[in-house]
Design a protein around this ligand. Structure first.
Ligand code: SF4
Length: 473
């Protein structure tokens, strides 16, 4: 008789890399006979996959753990055991402090050790807690199971239509506001063959789009099958050859690593979508220097110009921080000027908040809260107007939509345009996983609405452009 299944509830905070990591933890746990459930109430294991980017991240984790306390107690009274594990960047940053402050936590595990999760849980069961936050010698990707051990994501043929694939982790840039180099460690790239084989498995399970992930993804330099280090551009060209894979995207990029070869990939690779997340953070050279971004606002402008020359329909997304220590009114005006010059289809913007352990956290010239709030308000109004104008320009156009899954209402499907806009349409469910021409009829706050421009053609592929890369200097 097979062993009864145990249940795991994984709560994911933060970025797409954490979403990817959660699916990989589910894969590891599936091998140990765990099945995912949608709520923590009756789970045998609760994993909080945490993010350190937002303000007071650690405090939020402690409150979440506090909410689990009665559930754990109820399980104990019912003769069950509920284990609680804290994973992700807060786990890496706080380590033992977590179990000191929240003794009901059984295990703390950093992002580089997810392949060891079952062993860590077993150690905790012996009379824990168990902490695993050292960077291990072995590469976790060599020890994680193949994609597909657990189905968490909406299904195409068993997997998501748009899949995440981590190709690179960590960062060596040490921007003065950022915790990533401390929580995720030094930049490390996965070998090309490992990535290609994972991408092929995603496609076999129904993926038509793959989003390559990395904290500094365009710094990718993984070992190629020819013994050389391959760039992200070369990797994208190789992935473009996979039959059945129709769309490629990548995030998050640093302007310094936007090489001529990668810019040319946007011109030459038909499967590479015309959308790029390229954080600028500030438009003031003085603040960019204090942030240790190692480029000027005009460098960024020139880069955008080259990208748009290579791919005229490229839509840009960005990240901005307002109220960085020392930011004056005129520095902020420089940021507004950069945003006005570039024109974003979408952007994330935040008030600066100190991250313990980062150089900027100790700066004496912190900007007052109300000043930060007023600047953020002004910046977001401009970004919002740009996004609204970008979306409004789609009205009446026919765009290729990758149909990803059923929508909330019966008969409704949702997909994405090449520019990552959510598109809702009423159409038969059997076109999920195909690319369809959709005429955009209405523009909503968060989605475009449309209908099939002609009767559905299953598996229609977009028009191709040539797939070999030149270089742009
Ligand atoms: S490049 Fe990105 S991940 Fe790296 S330190 Fe700077 S902000 Fe953080």
């Amino acid at each position: 008789m097979s062993e009864a299944k145990k249940t795991v509830f994984i709560k994911t905070y933060g970025c797409q890399m954490n979403v990817y990591d959660s699916t990989r933890m589910a894969d590891v746990l599936a091998r140990e006979n765990y099945r995912p459930v949608g709520s923590p109430e009756t789970a045998d294991l609760v994993v909080l996959n945490t993010c350190h980017i937002r303000e007071k991240a650690a405090e939020k984790v402690y409150s979440e753990v506090g909410r689990l306390k009665p559930l754990k107690e109820r399980a104990r009274q019912a003769g069950r055991t509920m284990q609680i594990a804290v994973a992700g960047c807060v786990a890496q940053a706080e380590g033992e402090e977590i179990v000191a402050r929240a003794p009901i936590v059984d295990a703390v595990i950093g992002p580089q050790s997810y392949h060891r999760l079952p062993a860590v849980l077993a150690r905790a069961a012996q009379g824990g807690p168990a902490i695993e936050t050292d960077f291990p010698d072995e590469d976790k990707f060599d020890h994680l199971p193949r994609i597909g051990g657990a189905a968490i994501a909406p299904a195409g043929a068993g997997g998501p239509v748009s899949a995440f694939l981590t190709v690179q982790e960590g960062c060596d840039k040490f921007c003065s506001f950022c915790v990533v180099p401390y929580t995720r460690g030094a930049e490390a790239s996965r070998p090309v063959a490992q990535i290609v084989s994972e991408a092929e498995r995603h496609v076999a399970r129904g993926a038509r789009e793959i989003m390559l992930l990395g904290q500094n993804v365009n710094a990718y330099h993984g070992a190629g099958p020819d013994g050389e280090d391959w760039s992200l551009a070369r990797l994208l060209a190789r992935l473009s050859e996979i039959s059945g894979l129709e769309r490629l995207r990548y995030t998050t990029s640093h302007p310094l690593d936007m090489s001529g070869e990668l810019i040319a990939a946007h011109r030459d690779l038909g499967k590479l979508m015309p959308y790029l997340h390229l954080p600028a953070q500030s438009g003031s050279d003085r603040i960019l220097a204090a942030m240790k971004r190692r480029h000027s606002a005009d460098d960024y402008r020139r880069l955008v110009e080259k990208l748009r020359k290579a791919r005229p329909d490229l839509a840009l997304s960005g990240d901005f921080i307002v109220g960085f220590p020392g930011e004056s009114d005129s520095d902020f005006e420089e940021t507004m000027r950069l945003v006005a010059d570039v024109g974003y289809a979408q952007a994330y913007s935040f008030k600066y908040s100190p991250r313990p352990g980062t150089p900027a956290a100790d700066a004496a010239d912190q900007v007052a809260g109300p000043v930060k709030a007023a600047r953020l308000h002004e910046l977001q109004a401009l970004l919002h107007s740009q996004q609204t104008a970008f979306n409004a320009a789609m009205q009446g156009r026919t765009v290729d939509v990758l149909v990803e899954k059923p929508g909330r209402k019966p008969g409704q499907l949702v997909g994405r345009s090449p520019w990552l806009q959510a598109v809702q349409l009423d159409a038969p469910a059997d076109i999920v996983g195909t690319i369809q021409p959709v005429r955009i009829e209405a523009i909503g706050a968060n989605s475009l609405f449309g209908s099939l421009a002609r009767p559905a053609a299953a598996g229609r592929a977009p028009a191709r452009r040539p797939d070999s890369i030149g270089a742009i200097a």
